[in-house]
Design a binder for this molecule. Structure first.
Ligand code: BG6
Length: 475
């Protein structure tokens, strides 16, 4: 297996920001607890703030809850790996200071491996990546940058970002994070499909009626009104997280699980998805909750009264290849709904023996990505009685009781090892923007329609059920 190279320094740019505080440092400490970090790995926080080492360590410690006293020693060890460089002087000076720290930490080493996690707004990806190349690139080992969405706001701007990164960083030096790829159940799709003959053989339009993927959240855009107003739910979760799930769920079997083979298959599949049409969507925006307690999206700070931002979208996707032709894919994502869950439902066709048994229901595979991670298979069974009545029961494959690693632990480990199987490759990114860009341009344009209103805490806009059932043949 690939291991983290010796003489590696991981730099977190934006070390005082939310992503670093809430996800990256806790994720790294998770790896420390699992004893997966090599002894000589160093972590450097870099941010414009002037801050002492102690203050920086407080940032790291704050969100960490020590479930057991034995972790206290590991936290101490973890903090000893970490140091802080202030970039308050800005420009070249800031990066010279960072370079100096890298030199100190790797003094006398033959190899130097640098990883730069840009926990920063995307508007600075390009200037930062130029500065890093200019001052901190290592010729005697690997240097890589790690970036996280949004990668542009449509196909063209995503290509533009790529074009500006390219002169300094090769594709194999850019790790693009989609944190959904680090989720345990999303990974499990591979083994579920390709490691089980019972699923592998029926995974096609002959047996599957429809597939539904939902990423729904109970919370609204609280405190992120301005970001969300310029992003909307399609860019926020559908073009990236949901499309990656869809690709893993429907791609052909890769030759191997190497990053090249995996990304090849995902990219190939995405090419088959037709761009989503506006008349195959329901676009919604949340209004106040029915009891008036929860705010409307337009009540958020920096959201204009005439905002048409989509906080909800249901869409139908079609995959034109032989395996999936004719199967509708219902994609649903939204904020401020009645619950939070990410779920995949694979609806199988009705059994041909429907006339022999009464009350047969079609088989249904439910994959709970979160919460209550697990997989359920709905099958028909006799009700234990003297009559021949059937009922639908669930084969329950939940992960109950198992400890599930955080998505960022998996991805940080991959990035440090240089394993790109869960990094989004440029061609996948391109293909996923191609699917959503015409719809996004329509919604951003003059001709756009008002989103349908739904109350905060409800199940979404009216008309949703009719919309879905109009695509579903009778079950
Ligand atoms: C992020 C979005 O990428 O994913 C957020 O920007 C969203 O708006 C989040 O809430 C969902 O991630 P998770 O892991 O909480 O399901």
């Amino acid at each position: 297996a690939v291991e983290i190279k010796e003489s590696t320094v991981l730099v977190i740019l934006g070390a005082s920001g939310d992503l670093a505080k809430k996800k990256l440092f806790p994720g790294l400490f998770g790896l420390e607890k699992r004893c997966l970090l090599p002894d000589d790995l160093k972590i450097v926080g870099f941010a414009p703030d002037e801050m002492s080492y102690e203050n920086f360590i407080d940032i790291i410690r704050k969100p960490i809850k020590l479930e057991s006293p034995r972790f206290a020693e590991q936290l101490k060890q973890f903090c000893e790996r970490c140091s802080y460089v202030s970039g308050h002087e800005g420009g070249d000076k800031a990066f010279e200071a960072l370079k100096k720290r890298l030199d100190e930490l790797l003094k006398g080493r033959k190899e130097r491996n640098h990883l730069f996690y840009m926990a920063l707004p995307p508007s600075v990806f390009v200037p930062m990546s130029e500065m890093l190349k200019k001052h901190c690139y290592s010729e005697r080992g690997n240097s890589r940058i790690i970036i996280e969405k949004p990668f542009g706001h449509d196909l063209e701007s995503s290509r533009d970002l790529q074009k500006h990164l390219e002169p300094n960083w090769r594709e194999d030096e850019i790790f693009r994070v989609d944190h959904y790829l680090g989720k345990e159940v999303v990974n499990n799709l591979l083994v579920l499909r390709f490691g089980n003959e019972i699923f592998g053989s029926i995974w096609n339009s002959r047996h599957i009626e429809s597939i539904q993927i939902s990423i729904i959240e109970g919370g609204g855009a609280e405190g992120r009104g301005s970001y969300f107003n310029s992003t909307g739910v399609i860019r926020d979760v559908m073009q990236n997280h949901m499309t990656q799930i869809l690709a893993l769920l429907t791609m052909e079997r890769p030759k191997s699980f190497s990053s090249d083979d995996l990304c090849d298959q995902k990219a190939r599949l995405l090419e088959w998805i037709e761009p989503i049409e506006h008349d195959e969507t329901i676009i919604g925006q949340y209004s106040k909750s029915e009891d008036g307690e929860k705010p409307a999206f337009k009540d958020e700070e920096d959201v204009p009264d005439d905002s048409k931002c989509a906080t909800f979208c249901a869409a139908i996707a079609h995959i034109g290849n032989e395996r999936w032709n004719g199967v509708p894919f219902f994609l649903k994502a939204g904020k401020a709904l009645n619950e939070s869950k990410t779920e995949i439902i694979v609806q199988f066709k009705q059994s041909t023996n429907v006339n022999i048994f009464n009350d047969l229901l079609p088989n249904k595979l439910t994959i709970n990505v979160q919460p209550n991670e697990g997989v359920y298979l709905q099958i028909n069974s006799f009700v234990p009685s003297l009559e021949t009545k059937t009922e639908a029961i669930n084969l329950d494959l939940t992960y109950r009781g198992r400890e599930i690693p955080e998505a960022y632990e998996a991805l940080l480990l991959d990035a440090m090892k240089g394993d790109y199987s869960r990094s989004v490759r440029e061609d996948e990114l391109d293909a996923s923007w191609r699917i959503f860009t015409p719809l996004l341009h329509f919604l951003d344009g003059e001709e756009s329609v008002e989103p349908r209103k739904y109350a905060y805490g409800s199940t979404g806009p009216e008309g949703l059920d009719e919309f879905i059932s109009s695509y579903q043949q009778k079950r």
